[in-house]
Write a protein that binds this ligand. Structure first.
Ligand SMILES: [Ca+2]
Length: 412
């Protein structure tokens, strides 16, 4: 009996098996109806950089796939354009623009233009589940002349530590380098927290020595934190070559100097021609960094015919930005040379022999206050003179301007 049942069941099992087989095959053929990689084409087989528009490489993806696109040179060296990029099935082909340049492993050469020669363009797709793959190969000829890539030669970023605090000591960094061929240059600095500070943005530069100055601040002038920053100087040409150099620069003693004239008095208010008026000015450092100052010292006497830049053989002429002084001026002043504030004095509470550099320069430290006495002998034939005082940073501006106005009557 057992045997008879088996004879009946066996053909049935075989029939079910056959039906199941065709069902599975039918199902599979339904899945494979769309090939993983459809048509692959390029707009041309020849490419001349600088003359031709970039090639458009078009490829169809029938099923979800990871796509590699690369170039092989005559020696079999592989240059990846895309590596394991996921691509979804799509009705329209994907397009990759190719300008003849490829990325490289050299940290100083981000992309380089392939030299003229014969190449093979490969588009390869493999199914996301790893069970199917396909690839197409197209011949590619790069034509024209060998084009010298840009370089960043003799790059120097100096000094390596800067202190952007407007004391004229290492406040800025200079980027100097030489370009052997014209290039478009970008310079940026990255903060320890990842913030990018642009220094130079897409500047066209010729084939010669270059120099840029960074003030250690954001482009809007706001201050950055002290720390170690990474600079990147990048040069690219119109052929897809991109080179870069990187290094570190340190920001220390960052700060914004701030000071205020807290009191001033000009006296006496009635003098005879040839007599002296005295201005008393008290200045306090209200900021967090020292401010740098230089002469003439408190007590120095001018005549109305003089200006700070020409007295004492010019030793007090305005120097590179950063030095602070107090000054006095009058309304109708139209004298030559530096027209504004012809009478200036150092802001120091100490006699010049006790200055940080005796008789040369000193600092007014945060919280410190200095009283400056200035003298001006009136030789100007004006009956009424409207004097005022100001706080000056040489070459930068007037932090307080036209304050403490006092009318002086001059008799003669
Ligand atoms: Ca400084």
């Amino acid at each position: 009996m057992h045997d008879r049942v088996w004879r009946t069941v066996r053909p049935l099992t075989a029939m079910i098996g056959i039906v199941l087989f065709w069902f599975v095959i039918g199902g599979l053929s339904g899945c494979t109806a769309a090939p993983i990689l459809g048509e692959v084409s390029a707009t041309a087989e020849r490419y001349n950089p600088g003359r031709d528009t970039p090639l458009a490489i078009s490829y169809e993806i029938g099923r979800s796939a990871l796509v590699d696109i690369y170039i092989l040179d005559a020696n079999g060296q592989r240059y990846d354009l895309r590596r394991a990029q996921p691509r979804a099935a799509a009705n329209d082909p994907y397009i990759l623009r190719f300008d003849g340049s490829v990325p490289t492993d050299d940290p100083q050469v981000l992309r380089r233009l392939l030299p003229p020669g014969q190449y093979t363009l490969v588009v390869a797709a493999r199914a996301a589940d790893g069970n199917d793959s396909d690839e197409r190969r197209l011949p590619l000829s790069i034509e024209g002349n060998v084009i010298a890539p840009p370089e960043i030669e003799n790059l120097m970023v100096w000094p390596p530590v800067i202190s952007p605090n407007a004391d004229a000591i290492d406040d800025v960094a200079e980027f100097t380098y030489r370009l052997p061929v014209s290039a478009t240059v970008n310079i940026e600095v990255q903060a320890p927290n990842g913030e990018i500070i642009p220094v130079v943005t897409r500047e066209e530069e010729g084939p010669y020595e270059q120099r840029h100055v960074w003030n250690g601040k954001r482009p809007n002038g706001s201050l950055l934190e002290a720390g170690v920053y990474t600079y990147t100087v990048r040069a690219e040409d119109g052929f897809g070559n991109v080179v870069q150099r990187q290094g570190q620069i340190t920001l220390a003693d960052v700060g914004q100097p701030e000071a205020r004239i807290v009191y001033s008095m000009i006296a006496p208010q009635r003098v005879m021609l040839g007599e002296v008026i005295t201005v008393t000015i008290r200045v306090r450092n209200t900021g967090t960094v020292p401010i740098r100052t230089y002469g003439p010292p408190s007590g120095y006497e001018y005549t109305t015919d003089e200006v700070f830049s020409s007295v004492e053989d010019g030793i007090y002429a305005a120097q590179a930005g950063g030095f602070w002084r107090v000054g006095m001026d009058w309304d109708a002043n139209s004298g030559g040379g530096p027209k504004r504030y012809p009478y200036r004095w150092a802001i120091s509470p100490r006699p010049p022999e006790e200055w940080a550099k005796p008789f040369v320069e000193d600092f007014l430290y945060p919280g410190e206050e200095a009283e400056i006495i200035g003298r001006v002998r009136i030789l100007q034939r004006e009956t009424r003179m409207g004097f005022y005082v100001g706080l000056i940073q040489d070459g930068v501006g007037f932090f307080q301007d036209r304050t403490g106005r006092t009318i002086i009557d001059v008799g003669f």
